[in-house]
Ligand binder design. Structure first.
Ligand code: NAD
Length: 497
């Protein structure tokens, strides 16, 4: 745990100079229109600063800058070993500025400072260095050609990449894209969420400080329907990588079809099942894990374990353990290092979460924990971690992604029924299975239509394994070497000998 106290963080928050301008071609710059929007902290409603509200004119400048640097070869044709060294320096600068970045992240989107400092910033740095370290260890192919031909199968950077990212892990989601995008030699325009632009804006200058040439990484804060849409429709953006909601993901595919058929890679929403069989090896561990799976990051996690499927024979024993475990997850001031649940990102998101809680009541589910807005006097947006029992999978709270700390408990009677309920969702991002029976664990994992499946744990993983969704949770994968596919084109070159 950090040696800084809540008072230290408060002091640093007061001293903080917020940079709210866009970053284009290595310079901070106001939006062409001169427009700004307010950046309000969900911690206590304070105004953090004015942020450049970029639109199509700024997108044009950023794309021009990205295209020019890409074509110049200053980064795209740099030896992989040199790109590697630069990416490792970039990651090092994130770690060096960890406290500053963590504070920006916490003030901007409300997550606990200890999470920002020990999860988000190191995770972001790791995404940059892991991809950088890999880039001079990947080999291309020589095809099995006839004697008088040489067939080279090579990967090239796609060119200009636009990355549009969400607000729940602003820095980490950005770096999951930037690691492989930059390491493979592309130029990038990063558009952070209008709800959490601060760390992305800071990141741009750190990239240049690390030695990434000016113009290779540009950052455009602004709204989705203005600058986001302009980037998605731009004729000179080669690839669009996105993390966000399924609704916007579908829209981006339309924009691609309406413009230049840019490649579109989507990491979208989830409604993940956490299946606890009666023979789970450790019910206490399963209960604690179920609680953290819905309360961590205020439930604003794409892989949140938001549907807890419990075998009916153990439900009366198991649910009290979960309710008890959830008591350890208490909303508090995010600048207090002991806090493990912070504020929801803004008033709009809080109202969305509260309206889902209302719908749980209306549909006849039974509230057994939480259910209310709290700490209203702080001016922040805090909601108690909440559990509904007696949920049927057809209810709205079981079908729709709430993106907040609301858990739906659903009982089942057989393996087949558990699998059927688990897969009965438009999403397919993640799932977990708890059992002592190795065959049952494997067979259930195989039957689950999800990009990540955990057995006897929830939310494991690191940079070595791909992350992404089946069905309407998206396409393509972040993390691991598989992520490189999104940022490279495959070329076959035939040489007549
Ligand atoms: P969102 O879809 O509302 O916004 C995501 C980004 O898209 C933002 O930067 C936003 O400004 C931009 N955007 C909005 N409208 C746009 C438009 N018309 N054109 C171009 N860009 C537009 O999502 P959010 O609320 O920021 O984030 C929450 C969602 O992200 C959840 O659904 C969550 O599951 C998902 N998510 C997925 C993963 C994953 O890896 N699968 C990870 C984190 C979050």
């Amino acid at each position: 745990m950090t040696t800084l106290t809540r008072a230290d963080w408060e002091q640093r928050a007061r001293d903080l100079k917020i940079e709210g301008r866009a970053y284009i071609n290595g310079e901070y710059t106001a939006a062409v229109s001169g427009e700004t929007f307010d950046c309000i902290s969900p911690v206590d409603g304070r105004l953090l600063g004015k942020i450049a509200s970029c639109d199509a004119a700024d997108a044009q400048h950023a794309v021009d800058s990205a295209r020019a640097t890409f074509n110049s070869g200053v980064w795209s044709r740099l030896a992989p070993a040199k790109r590697k060294a630069t990416m490792i320096r970039f990651a090092g600068l994130l770690k060096q500025h960890a406290e500053e970045l963590a504070l920006l992240e916490t003030l901007d989107m409300g997550k606990p400072i200890s999470d920002s400092l020990y999860i988000d910033v190191p995770g972001a740095a790791q995404a940059l260095s892991w991809s950088g370290e890999a880039i001079d260890k990947i080999y291309d192919e020589v095809a099995a050609t006839p004697h008088d031909q040489l067939g080279l199968v090579t990967r090239e950077p796609v060119g200009v990449v636009s990355a549009i990212v969400p607000w729940n892990f602003p820095l980490m989601m950005a770096c999951w894209k930037l690691g492989p995008a930059l390491s493979t030699g592309n130029s990038v325009i990063l558009k952070p969420s209008e709800k959490s632009p601060l760390t992305a804006i800071r990141l741009a200058a750190l990239a240049v400080e690390a030695g990434i040439p000016k113009g290779v990484l540009n950052v455009l804060p602004g709204y989705g329907h203005t600058v986001g849409k302009a980037l998605a429709l731009h004729m000179d953006v080669d690839t669009l990588v996105f993390t966000g909601s399924t609704k916007i993901a579908k829209q981006l595919m339309i924009y691609s079809g309406e413009s230049n058929m840019k490649r579109v890679w989507l990491e979208a929403g989830g409604k993940s099942p956490n299946i606890v069989f009666a023979d789970a090896p450790d019910l206490q561990a399963a209960a604690e894990s179920a609680a953290s799976a819905i309360a961590f990051n205020q439930g604003e996690v794409c892989t949140a374990g938001s549907r807890l499927l419990v075998e009916r024979s153990i439900k009366d024993k198991f649910l009290p353990l979960v309710i008890e475990a959830l008591k350890a997850w208490k909303p508090g001031n995010p600048l207090d290092p002991a806090t493990n649940v912070g504020a929801l990102v803004d008033t709009q998101q809080m109202n969305t979460v509260l309206s889902y809680i209302e719908s749980g009541h209306t549909d006849g589910a039974k509230l057994v924990a939480g259910g209310k807005r709290i700490l209203q006097e702080t001016g922040g947006t805090y909601v108690e971690p909440t559990i509904f029992d007696g949920v049927s999978n057809a209810m709205k709270i079981a079908q729709e992604e709430i993106f907040g700390p609301v858990l739906s408990v659903i009982a089942f009677d057989s393996v087949e029924e558990a699998i059927q309920i688990a897969n009965d969702t438009p999403y397919g991002l993640a799932a977990a299975v708890w059992t002592s029976d190795i065959s049952k664990g494997h067979l259930t994992a195989k039957a689950l239509r999800a990009g990540s499946v955990w057995v006897n744990q929830y939310d494991g993983g690191d940079m070595t394994a791909p992350f992404g969704g089946f069905k309407q949770s998206g396409n393509g994968r972040d993390k691991s070497l598989h992520a490189f596919d999104k940022y490279t084109e495959l070329k076959a070159t035939w040489i007549k000998l």
